[in-house]
Design a protein around this ligand. Structure first.
Ligand SMILES: Cc1cc2nc3c(=O)[nH]c(=O)nc-3n(C[C@H](O)[C@H](O)[C@H](O)COP(=O)(O)OP(=O)(O)OC[C@H]3O[C@@H](n4cnc5c(N)ncnc54)[C@H](O)[C@@H]3O)c2cc1C
Length: 835
């Protein structure tokens, strides 16, 4: 065994081996993989091998697409057959909402370049003659989809890696991972030690055990998953004898199962409610090719629907049931990227569709490790999308939920119930009493919108379609549900409109305590921030600026509202969901000389936002300082007191009205809340939620990280000219950004008015077309109540960004005319903000 390596990969399942393969392809041939038993002896060997391309996420979709392309060429490259059968995949739809989901998905797929066809029930039967079509509204088909032999795939990737010079050590256990005084990693195994620069944890069901070796809480706990293989069926054997093609993979999403032919019989895999987590404390040291006791009773309702759909399934006996562990995360997506707080330690864990994802995840992680950046925006799978709140109890509840919801309709406004309400701000109860309908982000409860007193959905609204998976609104518990989820405008649409109007005409209050907050301080703080951020660092005390952290290639990694709060102290606020991400990025850029200190203060300060034309009058009533425009201008901060409570008020907001953010000691929140609400009563103060904020920010063309801002787009493609000061001197990503500009940008962020909308606005990830040809994709969309327009933000090829250009957006499969309009369709001069 080598004693030195560039990178060591822990784990020889399909994911670890793919990572090794891609590291070698990127030139790191001196990389090593360690596997405690045989390759594939974890979860990989018993996987059903399906390669579902269906995914609503733009980034995961690209990862899956790459995998299929790689698997197609791998046999020829390595000389090993990987058993790829591109037999196509059909997903059935039994409800209108399911069809909406497919229509939305087809748009996402078009932007990624994945082929999707819509089939009628009759066409389904032509491809799958054993499938009954009762109750079907239609289906989609992926011609490129299919399945593969996971063990053969892993062996082929291993051969590819070995051919490139990598070493694979089987039957070798990693027992400890330590940092040496020189900053390298020492990987300790039962067969010796290896010194290396980088470690990749790809240990499947052992993810938490491996994480513990380096003090990491990896948010992965596996869930049991079963599939059934039947005896041969005469009808399938007859088809084979006639040389007819395989019928392909069939998924009845509304009944939560997949099915395909297997050796002349059928293979059925349900995703059932009630599947338990397993290996909570990690598998045993002996675990190898391990299966659990089957539990067919749990599967019964799903098997019944499968027999109704494909009666042949009930006509043959069961040959074998596989019940194995699948690694899960709270949102069901894998964990691919840097480990928070640890330099050169990488995670490729939590894969529930690991055979499908292995190729793409290995590819992007290798780019990240070798080049310092992936090429695809990986926020959706970034390990830092979870924070320290995601401990074992949370994971048990959320991971079981994520498993049970694999096939539920992924409504854009769905809010899941498990492990809630976990993180409550002090005013949670007050907001609840005011009618808040909460959503959850990063474990926090945040009001999404406010229902009028006594408002509940009617019994007719609460009727669900007669299918196994039929959740289209929160479960009716003690309180009757107040919102219905949809890809179209839903029941809360007008209530959100009323919130927007009140913010625009009077004054609104919002709880944004979930904002991520850090303080950077010390003698080196200003110089360091100037070196890493795009905008000038405010010289004057209490000046506020909006600034960005770029990637070294010039894409956007993070956005901060930065306030100078002392000669050597800066207060930085960013998106709540990105707390761990943003903190980790900053921390890893800190100078090593100790001249800068970074303190995470998210849970120390709450944030109440007061916005609307009357906000100054409300504030004037409660504040102990002069809050006139002259004394407290736009983009400044003022320490002030409301009654006995001291706080820092920032004259900024995300809705484009006169407004203030009150950053206050969190334990004083209700004291402040009550005083502001009382003072605002005469001005018609009302709370507003995230959905109103989203509508209001669209009308200002305000951007969000992960949508309009991404590592994939140059900061100047995302229209950040005002905040990227190319004259201030060097900063991270500046030269690369200039080089990118010289090479020519491929995209431009635009704002569009969408015409002909009846009940469905754009939402983001829809294709943007010119004469039927794709020229970009939307990043956000919705209805603007102040402008009375359906709006969309989009990234398009620069030649289509001119004002007045006529384009089309495919909204749920319908072409809608969209005209490029100027940025900030509401109050482009910012007169309201500066009032
Ligand atoms: C019944 C079933 C059906 C499935 N069907 C599909 C499917 O159709 N399509 C699909 O895409 N996915 C499917 N999956 C999921 C798929 O199996 C997993 O996502 C995938 O195998 C994960 O691969 P991995 O490399 O991350 O983990 P694993 O295959 O579990 O590999 C991790 C490896 O790390 C090794 N290891 C751990 N700790 C150490 C250590 N300290 N030292 C050395 N080695 C260590 C383990 O021994 C193990 O071999 C299915 C899963 C199950 C259970």
């Amino acid at each position: 065994m080598r004693t030195q390596a560039r990178a060591v990969v822990v784990g020889g399942g399909v994911v670890g081996v793919s990572t090794l393969y891609h590291l070698v392809k990127k030139g790191w041939s001196d990389s090593v993989l360690i596997e405690r038993k045989e390759l594939t002896s974890g979860s990989t060997w018993h996987a059903a091998g399906l390669l579902p391309l269906f995914n609503l996420s733009y980034s995961v979709g690209q990862i899956h697409k790459y995998s299929v392309a790689l698997y197609k060429r791998l046999g020829a490259e390595t000389g090993l057959d990987v058993g790829l059968a591109q037999v196509s995949n059909i997903r059935l739809a039994r409800t209108k909402d399911r069809l909406d989901e497919y229509k939305y998905y087809a748009g996402v797929a078009a932007t990624i370049g994945v082929e999707v066809k819509f089939l009628t029930p009759e066409q389904v039967r032509e491809v799958w003659p054993l499938c009954e079509t009762d109750g079907l509204l239609g289906a989609i088909q992926h011609p490129e989809d299919g399945y593969i032999q996971p063990a053969d795939l892993t062996q082929a990737l291993a051969r590819g890696a070995r051919n490139g010079g990598a070493e694979i050590n089987r039957n070798t256990v990693v027992t400890a991972i330590e940092r040496t005084p020189y900053g390298e990693w020492k990987v300790v195994t039962d067969k010796g030690e290896i010194l290396c620069e980088h470690v990749v944890s790809a240990s499947g069901n052992f993810a938490r055990t491996t994480g513990r070796m380096v003090g990491l809480n990896v948010p992965v706990i596996p869930v049991q998953h079963q599939y059934i293989v039947t005896e041969q069926h005469p009808a399938i054997m007859a088809r084979k004898a006639k040389g007819l093609p395989e019928m392909g993979v069939l998924r009845e999403s509304d009944s939560s199962w997949y099915m395909r032919e297997e050796a002349g019989g059928l293979l059925l895999g349900p995703y059932e409610i009630g599947a338990p987590v397993c290996y909570v404390d990690g598998p045993s040291p002996q675990s190898e090719y391990e299966l659990f006791q089957e539990d067919l009773e749990r599967l019964t309702p799903y098997i019944e629907t499968a027999i109704a759909r494909v009666p042949a399934l009930g006509e043959v006996g069961i040959k074998k049931v596989y019940n194995g562990a699948i690694a899960y995360t709270p949102d069901g997506s894998p964990i691919v990227g840097p480990a928070p707080g640890l330099r050169n330690f990488w995670l490729n864990e939590g894969h529930s569709f690991g055979v499908t994802a292995a190729g793409g995840a290995g590819w992007q992680l290798a780019e990240w490790i070798v080049e310092g950046e992936p090429t695809i925006d990986m926020l959706g799978v970034d390990p830092r999308r979870f924070g320290p709140y995601a401990q074992a109890g949370f994971l048990r509840e959320k991971n079981e939920e994520a498993y049970a919801k694999v096939f539920t309709i992924h409504y854009p406004d769905e809010e899941r119930a498990a492990a809630r309400p976990l993180r409550q701000t002090p005013c949670y109860g007050r907001m609840k009493d005011l009618g808040a309908v909460f959503g959850s982000v990063y474990g926090w409860e945040r009001p999404n919108w406010f229902a009028p007193p006594g408002y509940v959905l009617s019994d007719k609204d609460l009727v669900k379609p007669d299918v196994l998976l039929n959740e289209n609104h929160p479960a009716a518990g003690a309180e009757k549900p107040r919102e219905k989820w949809s890809f179209r405008r839903s029941n809360y649409f007008d209530f959100v409109g009323a919130e927007c109007r009140n913010v625009h005409e009077n004054v609104g209050m919002q709880d944004m305590s979930a904002f991520a907050k850090v303080e950077a301080s010390g003698p080196g703080a200003e110089a360091w921030l100037d070196k890493i951020l795009t905008n000038r660092i405010p010289k004057a005390l209490n000046r506020v600026s909006l600034t960005y952290l770029l990637t070294k290639r010039g894409g956007v990694r993070a956005e901060f509202t930065l306030t100078r709060v002392g000669p050597q102290r800066f207060y930085m606020v960013s998106a709540g969901a990105l707390e761990a991400h943003d903190y980790d990025c900053l921390q890893k850029l800190l100078p090593t000389d100790g001249s800068v200190r970074l303190d995470k203060v998210t849970t120390q300060y709450g944030v109440l936002v007061l916005a609307g034309p009357s906000s100054r009058e409300v504030l004037a009533k409660v504040a102990d300082i002069d809050v006139s425009d002259k004394a407290f201008p736009w983009l400044t901060a003022r320490p002030l007191s409301i009654g006995a409570a001291g706080l820092l008020a920032l004259r900024v907001n995300f809705v484009g009205e006169l407004g203030y953010e009150f950053h206050h000691p969190i334990e004083m929140q209700n004291y402040i809340f009550d005083r502001v609400m009382a003072a605002g009563a005469e001005f018609g103060i009302k709370p507003y939620g995230i959905r109103a904020m989203d509508s209001l920010r669209l009308e200002k063309s305000y951007k969000l990280v992960g949508r309009e801002l991404s590592i994939e787009y140059a900061a100047l493609e995302s229209a950040l000219e005002r905040f990227v000061d190319l004259k201030k001197g060097d900063f991270l990503g500046r030269d690369a950004l200039l080089a990118w500009r010289d090479k020519g940008f491929a995209n431009r962020l635009i704002t569009m008015e969408v015409h002909g909308v009846t009940d469905a606005d754009a939402r983001g990830s829809e294709p943007v077309l010119r004469d039927g040809v794709s020229v970009g994709r939307t990043t956000s969309g919705g209805y603007g109540w102040r402008t009375g327009k359906s709006l969309a933000l989009a990234m398009v090829r620069p030649e289509f960004a001119k004002l007045g250009t006529e384009l089309d957006i495919l909204v749920l499969g319908e072409k809608r005319r969209a005209i490029v309009i100027g940025d900030s369709p509401f109050d482009p001069e910012n007169a309201r903000l500066k009032a």
